[in-house]
Design a protein around this ligand. Structure first.
Ligand code: ZN
Length: 177
């Protein structure tokens, strides 16, 4: 009986508070995205090379297509907040649209459904080699070059320029751009 009592006590004073704490932490993380991410709209550029070959992201499967009505909603779901952090429009595969604050480069590759083995990739932001580039915040007119596998470093010269980003953003026909 003594043992059972002890187990009950332990359950009451340790396990129950722990479960409650876990629930609170989970709720915090689920809503954190929405609480800390405000609306924004700016652009950045990126290109990816894999084993000396430039990859294209202009295919429709990489695009975020959203009807106008959705843009006017003030409360977005967690999934919408995530996609708005970094995405592509108008079949332009190298201009990133950032429509929520708090975006990091990994958000882009998650959202376009292009998983990268970051242990086999090197990232250059604005010409500088950046360790763990995927965890870096995306700033306006940042230009990312990702080299996956073995590549010639001369590809860095092909980085998207600010002039190009401005030109392509103006051309964008996507509603709410
Ligand atoms: Zn845009």
């Amino acid at each position: 009986m003594q043992i059972i009592k002890q187990i009950n006590k332990r359950f009451l004073y340790i396990t129950v508070p722990l479960i409650i704490l876990l629930i609170i932490i989970s709720i915090f993380f689920i809503f954190k995205n929405q609480l800390t991410s405000a609306k924004a709209h700016y652009h950045a550029g990126f290109i990816v090379f894999q084993n000396n070959k430039k990859l294209s992201f202009s295919d429709s499967k990489y695009m975020f297509i959203e009807p106008c009505a959705l843009n006017q909603k003030s409360s977005d779901s967690t999934a919408v907040v995530q996609i708005k952090k970094a995405h592509l429009h108008d079949n332009v595969g190298d201009l990133v649209h950032i429509e929520r604050t708090g975006a990091i480069w990994q958000d882009l590759f998650t959202n376009i459904n292009f998983p990268i083995d970051y242990s086999n990739a090197i990232g250059y932001i604005n010409g500088k080699k950046i360790f763990n580039f995927q965890t870096q915040s995306i700033h306006p007119y940042d230009s990312l070059v990702v080299l996956i596998g073995r590549n010639d470093s001369k590809f860095l010269k092909q980085a998207v320029t600010k002039d190009y980003m401005i030109k392509m953003a103006k051309k964008s026909t996507t509603c709410g751009d």
